[in-house]
Design a protein around this ligand. Structure first.
Ligand code: AMP
Length: 573
């Protein structure tokens, strides 16, 4: 029998209330075990709120303001109701549920179910698929109608999860990694095999279907499918060279940390696609890099990784913001491309001619990269156990206009999506935090037409809620103020006086002098002299720093402050 969508909504609600990861995994595993093979892929995708793989062409393109508009239309909620409910939980799904319940939609839905069958997971998925397929003129209106019709058929709890799925914000603490474990448990296959299969085909729903229908043998047979991006391996921040060397057992590969855009490049013969750190396809914005890869790489099939940076007239790297123009202005792209030349530096190789290399050691992957890169530059690197030599290399990177160094453990595998200690980043600034803008004040004087004073928040890793830890209007250019104002207005939830409250979406990298304990904000912390140093287009709010990191940095700053990083700072400032 076809699975009902309400069952998924109830399951998600249940796992959100449970802390123990094993209990969560068991619940989901028992659930998907009972689903028929032709629906298991859909169930798996809906539970984790990732309905289409990143590499697919399907895009819902339902904006936050559309959701608000539809909720208002369906529930007759006012702006005040929206702001009030959203502020309570910071959760768009929960807000939808409460507003629907308040306005008596529950009655309507109950009455409705007497005459109409309940929504199945296939109903919901197919509608979302239809929405995602709509393209071209009038697409926004057509998408809206489909979604409104769907939401009008739902009970409040179902609506809650439809909104969550659309926004990709499940907040039940059950991510793709846990889903891999649930699949392994449900269909009695090894977890490593499930992970590898998911990485190779990049579609967790399909992996579940293969595991259910063909088990171990089926998963074993899966081959790497090129053009499905692999989640990038990430780095943790350390204070200095010494810490990096200590962490890596006394010796490390130090590479320049370039301030550009992380790219994962897939090539098969002359076909080339480039993916960003968030796994979106950015090929169109980097035509000369495509040509370069096509011409230079000495292999039929590869996946390589590197950083694309913008180069100024003096041949020095330009700040990351310049490169971002390429990704924003699709219309006069060719002009922007001419104005801001880009260059590629490679630093990793994940696949070559049928061989997946992620389980190989860093040094071995680099050796292969050296054989295939042609005339494409490799990121400058120095392998050393000598702190002085490493410090000199750091100074050189800074002198040449780069951000700092990455330290990579020589015998480490490539762990997709993982922010471990195998890769460490060493930047100049003592510490920065990636924070999310949750509200903004209209400026005064020259800045009066801009939302220019920003409330910066860190994420509570348990609840997913954002807590303000500081406020700043410093660091952005006029052009950036203008851009952020436009983006914030699209994310607006409500307004009170001069303050506009927004859905947490925009991530910014913030430097500061100190973290203080303070009753000023609910978080209990406040940043002193916060300043935005960069808009992090490449980070989602889930990747922003957490309250835990804020706490850790607060503790750490006393120990570190006097130490060598301040020495570094005085040297460069
Ligand atoms: P962060 O964005 O501060 O977390 O630092 C990680 C980012 O540094 C990666 O996503 C890359 O875009 C960038 N990066 C620059 N140089 C390198 C390098 N040599 N190796 C790895 N990542 C690098």
């Amino acid at each position: 029998m076809a699975a009902k969508f309400i069952e998924i909504a109830e399951l998600c609600d249940k796992i959100a209330k449970i802390n123990e990861r094993n209990v969560k995994i068991s619940l989901v595993s028992n659930f998907i075990k009972e689903i028929s093979p032709d629906e298991v892929d859909i169930a798996v995708r809906l539970i984790i709120g990732k309905i289409f793989p990143e590499w697919s062409d399907y895009r819902l393109e339902i904006s936050w303001s559309t959701i608000i508009k539809l909720i208002k239309r369906i529930t007759k909620a006012t702006n005040k109701d929206i702001l009030e409910e959203f502020s309570k939980t910071g959760d768009p799904g929960e807000m939808t549920q409460v507003l629907m319940e308040k306005k008596g939609i529950i009655k309507q839905a109950t009455l409705m179910t007497l005459s109409q069958p309940e929504l199945t997971i296939i109903d919901v998925y197919r509608t979302l698929e239809k929405i995602a397929r709509i393209k071209g003129e009038g697409s926004r209106e057509r998408k809206e109608i489909l979604l409104e019709n769907l939401l009008r058929l739902t009970k409040p709890l179902e609506a809650k999860y439809i909104v969550k799925v659309i926004l990709g914000e499940m907040r039940h603490g059950f991510n793709e990694g846990l889903m891999e474990e649930a699949i392994a448990k449900a269909f009695r296959v090894p977890i490593d095999l499930v992970r590898k299969a998911n990485m190779m085909i990049g579609d967790i729903g399909e992996v579940a279907r293969i595991a259910l229908l063909k088990g171990y043998e089926g998963l074993k047979k899966i081959k790497m499918r090129l053009f499905h991006p692999i989640k990038p391996m990430l780095a943790q921040q350390v204070e200095n060279i010494f810490e990096a060397l200590k962490e890596h057992g006394g010796k490390s590969a130090f590479e320049f940390k370039l301030d550009g855009v992380r790219v994962q490049i897939h090539k098969k013969d002359s076909k080339v696609r480039i993916f960003s750190r968030r796994l979106t396809d950015i090929t169109e914005s980097l035509p000369e890099i495509v040509d370069l890869v096509r011409k230079e790489i000495i292999a039929d099939e590869v996946i390589v990784e590197g950083e694309v940076i913008a180069i100024g007239k003096d041949k020095r790297p330009l700040p990351f913001q310049y490169l971002m123009r390429r990704f924003k202005r699709a219309r006069n792209l060719s002009k922007v491309i001419k104005e801001i030349p880009a260059d590629l530096y490679l630093f990793d190789c994940l696949y070559v001619d049928g061989e997946l290399l992620i389980d190989s050691k860093y040094v071995d992957r680099w050796n292969i990269l050296e054989k295939i890169h042609g005339r494409i530059k490799l990121v400058p690197r120095s392998i050393t156990s000598d702190p002085n030599e490493a410090q000199k290399f750091f100074d050189l990177a800074r002198k040449e206009g780069h951000e700092g160094l990455m330290a990579k453990k020589l015998d480490s595998e490539y762990t997709p999506g993982n922010r471990g200690k195998k890769w460490l980043k060493i930047k100049l600034i003592l510490s920065t935090l990636d924070l999310v803008i949750v509200a903004a004040d209209w400026g005064y004087g020259r800045r009066k037409n801009w939302l220019s004073d920003y409330y910066l928040a860190a994420r509570d890793e348990k609840t997913g809620k954002f807590y303000v830890i500081g406020k700043t209007f410093k660091g952005l250019t006029d052009e950036e103020f203008e851009e952020i104002t436009q983006r914030l207005l699209k994310l607006k939830i409500g307004e009170k006086g001069r303050t506009v409250y927004v859905k947490p979406e925009i991530v910014v990298e913030v430097s500061f002098d100190e973290i203080q304990k303070s009753p000023k904000y609910e978080s209990g912390y406040a940043l002193r002299f916060a300043r935005i140093i960069k808009i992090r287009y490449d980070k989602s709010p889930e990747e922003a720093d957490t309250l835990n990191t804020v706490r850790e940095l607060y503790e750490k700053q006393f120990k570190v402050k006097a130490k060598n990083n301040l020495l570094n700072l005085s040297r460069y400032n």
